[in-house]
Design a protein around this ligand. Structure first.
Ligand code: ATP
Ligand code: MG
Length: 681
């Protein structure tokens, strides 16, 4: 028997509802996956359905895998848990001979050349970026059940911005579809799989009957992410039956651009008048402090989804208040975040429980750099690390090529900009998702070159290139014990003890093209922010910076999504807290070399008393780190040592009051550290 005591009251109502339609409207971390697995177990336990007759679908293989694990642990591993595509592929393989006889077919592994050829034939550009954008648009249309003939007429209705003239896009779509019928047989893309499955079940009664004998009961997770095409497949699976459990959170709809829509979730009780509808609002993931912020963020939503708000109640014990930090520029923001991560590591938070989340992949560069500088190992999730991206490799290659010429201007930044122009670095942001992403990366690359040039006045191009290569190599291979960097989209469904939401500025979140496109797009960006906030179990830090580059003009403003939520803050002038002030502590003039920045003063300026203590603590720390065979930051971070040097604690209680020092650290190093301080006095 399944142990229903593992569920709360509301979860239990959903899990034990009579066979038939059930809709679970559940916020983040409320135990959706737990509840649906128990529901499946309950249906099986009570003899409503056999294990082999249940099909549970999700949208990513990761989610399907997680569901399979949970089902296996409950002893019902024979339940099918798959993505829509994997389920459709299996079914089509089985049914194909019945509907198409011996007509051969094959799954296309790469649509790119087909779309490229179609684009060329209608006279559209065939650069990688433009073909990818066309491909994305065709995928959207197919997921939305819009044919090539219907495409041009749908653009306005769906407020799409086509990647090229709509009639031409439609023509590319048409030719792409035609090109898939070849003398050797049919080529099918992933969307065709779904279309053919739906078609077979709708039109071939024998096929439908056989299938419906096989599967009786259906469960869909993350139902807010379903596309019209997937919904059509689901309806074909069901036929006249209504044994369907769906679970979703309309406030986490962040994939509208692929055609996903929460309409079916929100309309479920209208479609199935006898449906059991359950709301889960107890959040088992986050502290009440995090949950409170999430509720406030989403309470400002407007538009269609806004009426379906769920008030989350945090079930975990109280934790720290989320914090909001404003910084003068992005490198400073990144260094400060790295500093705070160090102090979390010092407090014993595992690296794998810490994440830095951002809106676009190009933002990762500054944070990768700061983490590497601080000796913190990290992995980039759902994307490649900055120096591994194709456009950045190309950029480095172009720059290397340029460095062989002898007619170059002296300024490495100017050379870089010129060298990157053919790769897509235009003066203004281009249209088209792919081109935009590439452009953003290239711009981050120029920023990096600018930063290097500023910190080493007089550096020449080969010097810059050597520096860039060093940075590219400095990235340690990811280990299990590493901090996660991820875009908000890639963070969906995941959770960490500590989350840093960074780069929260207008034109990044919401992203500039969403601002141009209007309210509906801006609301999707707000939901993206909400997804970010709800990833945190305990620690949540929201930050932004007012300039891109160190010492740059403050041209940015904080995201509108924090209006009325976080106090307006002035960016602090220095970055003292990480032990990396930009100005000399002794003479208060700017510092330039990285070594000086770490030291906090010019090497020629005499250390003050505090500085002297700090430096002797650093050598004390180096000794301990060596003895224990661990990196120095795992003993104490620079910021913590600086705080010790500033406050000169005399006993363990005073040590404990310093940020970055917890009971475990005191137990391990307290006596030793106090001893070192005493010696110094
Ligand atoms: P997401 O929004 O990320 O998809 P979810 O709603 O699917 O989350 P689950 O992953 O099922 O949530 O649960 C979140 C966490 O809360 C898990 O660690 C789960 O074990 C725990 N949890 C769920 N229900 C309960 C409960 N009734 N009592 C204690 N813990 C629970
Ligand atoms: Mg889940």
């Amino acid at each position: 028997m399944i142990d229903l005591s593992q569920l709360d009251e509301d979860q239990r109502v959903a899990a034990t509802a009579p066979r038939g339609p059930v809709c679970i409207l559940a916020g983040a971390g409320t135990g959706k996956t737990r509840t649906i697995t128990y529901r499946i177990a309950h249906l099986i336990d009570n003899g409503f359905v056999g294990q082999h007759r249940v099909l549970a679908v999700t949208f990513t293989s990761r989610a399907a895998g997680e569901m399979r694990d949970r089902l296996t642990r409950m002893g019902i591993g024979a339940v099918q848990a798959r993505t829509f595509h994997a389920a459709a592929l299996r079914q089509l393989r089985y049914f194909w001979p019945q509907v198409a006889g011996d007509l051969p077919w094959r799954l296309i592994d790469n649509k790119f050349p087909l779309v490229g050829r179609a684009a060329r034939s209608v006279g559209l550009p065939t650069t990688k970026d433009s073909v990818r954008d066309l491909l994305g648009e065709i995928e959207w249309a197919k997921a939305s059940l819009i044919t090539a003939d219907g495409y041009a007429g749908s653009v306005d209705k769906h407020r799409r911005t086509p990647p090229a003239d709509a009639a031409k896009v439609a023509e590319v779509y048409r030719r792409y579809e035609q090109a898939k019928t070849t003398p050797e047989g049919m080529l099918l893309d992933f969307d065709d799989l779904l279309l053919h499955v739906a078609g077979a079940l709708e039109n071939a009664p024998g096929v439908a009957e056989e299938f419906r004998q096989q599967y009786r009961s259906f469960v869909v997770d993350e139902y807010q992410d379903i596309t019209p095409l997937q919904q059509r497949v689901l309806e074909a699976w069901l036929g006249e039956r209504d044994d369907l459990t769906v679970v979703g959170d309309a406030n986490q709809t962040i994939y509208s651009f692929t055609g996903a829509t929460p309409d079916y979730l929100l309309g479920f009780s209208r479609t199935y008048e006898n449906a059991t509808v359950v709301k889960l609002q107890r959040d088992y993931r986050s502290t009440p402090q995090v949950t409170q912020l999430a509720n406030t963020v989403i309470s400002k939503a407007t538009g269609r989804v806004a009426g379906t708000r769920l008030e989350l109640t945090g079930m975990r014990p109280a934790g720290p208040e989320p914090t909001f930090r404003s910084f003068p520029d992005e490198p400073t923001e990144a260094r400060e975040v790295a500093g705070e991560i160090l102090s979390l590591l010092n407090k014993g938070v595992p690296a794998s429980e810490i994440a830095v989340l951002y809106r676009i992949n190009a933002q990762s560069q500054a944070f990768e750099q700061a983490l590497a500088d601080a000796g913190i190992s990290y992995q980039v999730r759902g994307g490649e690390g900055f120096f591994h991206r194709p456009e950045i490799r190309d950029a480095l290659a172009e720059l290397t090529k340029a460095s062989r010429r002898d007619d170059l201007p002296p300024d490495p930044v100017a050379i870089t900009k010129a060298a990157l122009a053919p790769l897509g670095l235009t003066t203004t942001e281009p249209e088209g998702a792919q081109a935009r992403e590439r452009w953003q990366s290239l711009r981050a690359f120029v920023d990096l070159v600018t930063e290097i040039a500023q910190s080493k006045p007089g550096i020449d191009l080969p010097g810059v290139i050597a520096n860039l290569r060093q940075r590219a190599e400095a990235k340690q291979p990811p280990t299990l014990q590493s901090v996660t960097l991820a875009s908000l989209h890639a963070a969906k469904g995941l959770e960490w003890d500590a989350v840093f939401l960074v780069g929260l500025v207008e034109n990044t979140l919401p992203i500039s093209h969403a601002i141009k496109a209007g309210d509906a797009q801006i609301e999707e960006e707000r939901r993206l922010f909400y997804v970010g906030v709800t990833r945190a179990r305990e620690h949540l830090v929201c930050s932004w910076s007012l300039a891109r580059q160190e010492g740059g003009r403050a041209t940015r403003s904080r995201t509108r999504f924090l209006d009325g939520i976080a106090p307006e803050l002035d960016a602090p002038k220095s970055t003292k807290a990480t032990g990396r002030p930009k100005r000399c502590k002794v003479c208060d003039t700017p510092l330039s070399s990285p070594a000086e920045k770490v030291l906090g003063r010019h090497e020629s300026c005499p250390p003050g008393a505090e500085q002297e203590v700090f430096e002797s603590l650093r050598s004390w720390r180096a000794g301990i780190a060596k003895e224990e065979g661990i990196p120095a930051y795992m003993v104490f971070s620079d910021a913590t040592l600086m705080a010790v040097a500033e406050t000169l604690p005399e006993n363990e209680a005073e040590l404990l009051s310093i940020s970055g020092i917890g009971p475990i650290k005191v137990e391990r190093y307290g006596a030793d550290l106090l001893g070192a301080l005493h010696l110094h006095r």
